[in-house]
Design a protein around this ligand. Structure first.
Ligand code: SF4
Length: 71
């Protein structure tokens, strides 16, 4: 099942990370297959804002993994 939040998700749209290999794996595991298991999705489902740099597996990026400008 593909995530219903793809169009507006900053993680899926590559807005903040510099780790394309890891992001690609996470997208396949969570965004394209099991969004219900995604930490971002779960917060949104409860009408809570996800921290901008929260990854689907519940971890956050280290400083060197972030893009320079975080919106
Ligand atoms: S990161 Fe989570 S909320 Fe965003 S598109 Fe992927 S599964 Fe959906």
């Amino acid at each position: 099942m593909t995530c219903s939040k793809l169009a507006h998700c900053p993680f899926f749209n590559d807005e903040f990370d510099r780790m394309p290999l890891r992001s690609g794996i996470l997208k396949r595991v969570y965004c394209m297959t099991a969004p219900d298991a995604c930490a971002r999705y779960q917060l949104k489902a409860h009408h809570e804002d996800a921290p901008h740099d929260l990854l689907p597996d519940g971890t956050k990026l280290a400083a060197g993994e972030r893009k320079e400008a975080i919106a």
